[in-house]
Design a protein around this ligand. Structure first.
Ligand code: CP3
Length: 345
């Protein structure tokens, strides 16, 4: 059993630094692109056997954890907000949620009813992994999900999202309360189905000021994390652009805090406190850099952790499709070749 990942979540010593990569299953892999010729992304997510196949694809590269193949937007459909992944455009929500009336119609569903195929995929993956590699389940955090619902897709400035937050705080709060209860139930069901760790993706939270995070977001994140942490599985609380929010994120919860490359890992850990584990934080584009440059940065990240138990190596955000598979394999091999005792030397 590869237990490095779960040991590091609990801040127990490991032989070398455990590693997995966000978006480790996806378009950079030829096998995934092959499968995508026959099935849409949503078909893969909705068919447990296909989700299983894709979840396992990257593991031959040597990752210390598997992550369930799904998407943070899957909760939209059972809530009553239909969407699609349009070619070249990313997600498109058919009728963006912008009024109190639209929010009142959103359903707070039970995962067993709304997303049974995801839970079935988790059971299948656990059976197939047979205890060899731990499985991470995940969901999007309320702000990140709300931003897609309100904007109708990806946004660069979150104008409509912030407008609702400031102009109609009561409406905003009803929406955030509904999403966070959906996510709480969904993650709890994932743990019950067999997920051995959970990552909460608050990918776009760095768009907010510290005070807005405190007033309009943190209570909702806390509602989710308090409950999921009480199940005993480690929870990774991840965001990008969060160097101004780290202490507040920590206070909102998480066994492990996930950070990106815009902050030095050592500084982030010191601010978060050594009673939490940390995940991160290589710039994903370094997987496209010359090997010697990538190696220098990998060694620098591991040195920032100072040999302290509780560091999980990851990128600061997801792998992009242009990254060569060999570079991913080489980086994992490099990380696994660095003995931890020497990391701080
Ligand atoms: O990490 C993994 O390997 C597990 C699978 C996973 C996917 N999405 C599959 C996917 C995970 C963890 C996600 C999370 C996700 N989805 C996030 C949070 C992480 C992040 O990147 O910040 C967000 C914001 C989404 C929403 C989403 N899904 C967008 C904006 C897009 C389109 C942009 C893009 O990359 O094409 C997706 C599509 C998506 N989800 C793909 C994959 C592999 C693209 C591949 C395809 O079209 O086949």
């Amino acid at each position: 059993m590869k237990d490095r990942f779960l040991r590091a979540c609990r801040r127990e010593p490991t032989d070398v630094t455990p590693v997995w990569f966000m978006r480790q299953a996806g378009r950079y892999m030829p096998e995934y692109r092959e499968l995508r010729k026959k099935h849409t992304l949503l078909e893969i997510c909705r068919t447990p056997e296909l989700a299983l196949e894709v979840t396992l694809q990257p593991l031959k590269l040597g990752m210390d954890a598997a992550i369930l193949f799904a998407d943070i937007l899957l909760v939209l459909e059972p809530m009553g907000a239909s969407f699609e992944f349009a070619k070249g455009e990313g997600p498109v929500i058919h009728e963006p949620i912008r009024t109190r009336a639209a929010i009142d119609k959103l359903r707070v569903f039970e995962a067993e009813e709304g997303l049974p195929h995801v839970l079935e995929a988790i059971r299948l993956i656990r059976r197939e992994l047979d205890g060899k590699t731990p499985l991470i389940g995940f969901a999007g955090a309320p702000f990140t999900i709300a931003s897609y619902m309100i904007e109708g897709g990806k946004s660069s400035d979150y104008r409509l999202t912030k407008q609702m937050m400031w102009c109609e705080p009561e409406t905003w709060s009803v929406l955030m309360t509904k999403i966070s209860e959906v996510v709480r139930r969904y993650l709890r069901a994932q743990v019950e189905a067999g997920a051995q760790a959970i990552q909460l993706f608050d990918s776009w939270i760095g768009a907010l000021s510290p005070d807005d995070y405190r007033d309009h977001v943190a209570p909702h994140v806390r509602h989710i994390l308090k409950d999921i942490e009480s199940t005993g599985v480690p929870v990774i609380h991840f965001g990008t652009n969060t160097s101004t929010l780290l202490e507040q994120q920590r206070d909102a919860g998480g066994t492990v805090i996930g950070v990106d490359w815009r902050v030095r890992l050592g500084e982030a850990w010191k601010r978060i406190g050594y009673d939490r584990a940390i995940q991160g934080n290589l710039d994903p584009m370094l997987l496209l850099a010359p090997p010697a440059v990538a190696e220098r940065h990998v060694r620098a990240v591991i040195a920032e952790a100072g040999g302290r138990p509780g560091h999980i190596f990851n990128l600061g955000h997801g792998i992009v499709p242009e990254i060569p598979v060999e570079n991913v394999k080489a980086m994992i091999d490099l990380i696994h070749s660095i003995p931890l005792a020497k990391a701080s030397a």
